[in-house]
Design a protein around this ligand. Structure first.
Ligand SMILES: [Zn+2]
Length: 224
C-alpha cells in the first residue's frame, strides 16, 4: 500500500501531524504495516488488538513478552514503557495510552484450535463466560490465523509469530495466586494507544474476534 503523507486539518486527533497511512482492519482479520524509526503507530479500537512487531532489517528479531516484562519491571504496560525484542533491543515505546484498563501481556493468541478446544472441553480457565457468548457462536478462526495471513508475504511462518501484546484486553490477575481472569471491560469509542518506532519495524495486528464480540480497528501511522 502506497503511503501518501498529508497534513490532517479536520481530525482533531491528528492536528498538525503528518499522517502517512490510515486503514481500517475489519473484525477478525489481520494486517501488516511498515513503521520506520521515528514514526508513530496508532491503534484505535473498542476491543482487543493482538499486536506483534518484527525488525524490518532482520525479521528473525521479534517482540518478546518475557523480555518486555523483565525490562519494564512489570506485567502491565502503559505510557513511557517499551516493547523489547528477544535480543533485548527496544523496538517501540508507548507514547500515549488512553485506555483506563490494563493491556494483557500474558496470553497468546486465540485460534481455530483454541476455540475448538474451548467448545469441545468446555474449558474456561479464564472465566470467559463473562462475555456471555454461547459456545456454538464462537468464531471459526482467530488471531493466529489472522496474523499468519498478514505476515505470510514477509515469509514469516505461523510458528514464528511471537505471543502478542494484547492491546485493550483487560485481565484481572490475583497477585498472590497468579490466577488470571478474563473481563469484558472495553475502551469507549475513539480510545487509542500510540507506539513510536525505535527501529524500522514490521508491525502486525489482528482485530481479535473476541468470541464473536470483537470489532474493527483503525490503524494510523503518523509523524509526530
Ligand atoms: Zn484473538
Amino acid at each position: 500500500m502506497e503511503r501518501i503523507a498529508y497534513m490532517n486539518q479536520r481530525d482533531p486527533g491528528f492536528s498538525n501531524m503528518i499522517v502517512l497511512q490510515k486503514e481500517i482492519v475489519e473484525h477478525n482479520t489481520g494486517r501488516s504495516f511498515i513503521v520506520r524509526q521515528g514514526e508513530v503507530f496508532r491503534v484505535t479500537g473498542e476491543s482487543t488488538c493482538d499486536f506483534v512487531v518484527f525488525n524490518l532489517e532482520n525479521l528473525r528479531e521479534r517482540f518478546d513478552q518475557a523480555r518486555t516484562k523483565v525490562d519494564n519491571g512489570k506485567i502491565f504496560l502503559t505510557k513511557g514503557d517499551s516493547l523489547y525484542s528477544k535480543y533485548n533491543n527496544i523496538m517501540m515505546t508507548i507514547i500515549e495510552d488512553q485506555f483506563d484498563g490494563t493491556h494483557d501481556l500474558q496470553k497468546g493468541m486465540c485460534s481455530e484450535k483454541v476455540y475448538q478446544d474451548i467448545f469441545q472441553k468446555n474449558f474456561d480457565n479464564f472465566n470467559m463466560s463473562v462475555l456471555g457468548v454461547p459456545a456454538e457462536k464462537f468464531p471459526k478462526h482467530g488471531c493466529w490465523e489472522n496474523l499468519s495471513s498478514a505476515l505470510k508475504s514477509w515469509g514469516i511462518l505461523p510458528e514464528d509469530i511471537p505471543s502478542p501484546w494484547n492491546i485493550f484486553q483487560h485481565m484481572k490477575i490475583d497477585v498472590i495466586t497468579g490466577k488470571m481472569e478474563f473481563t469484558n471491560k472495553v475502551p469507549p469509542p475513539g480510545t487509542h494507544v500510540d507506539l513510536k518506532a525505535k527501529m524500522n519495524c514490521v508491525a502486525a495486528v489482528s482485530a481479535c474476534p473476541w468470541f464473536g464480540k470483537g470489532k474493527a480497528l483503525e490503524i494510523s501511522i503518523y509523524l509526530p
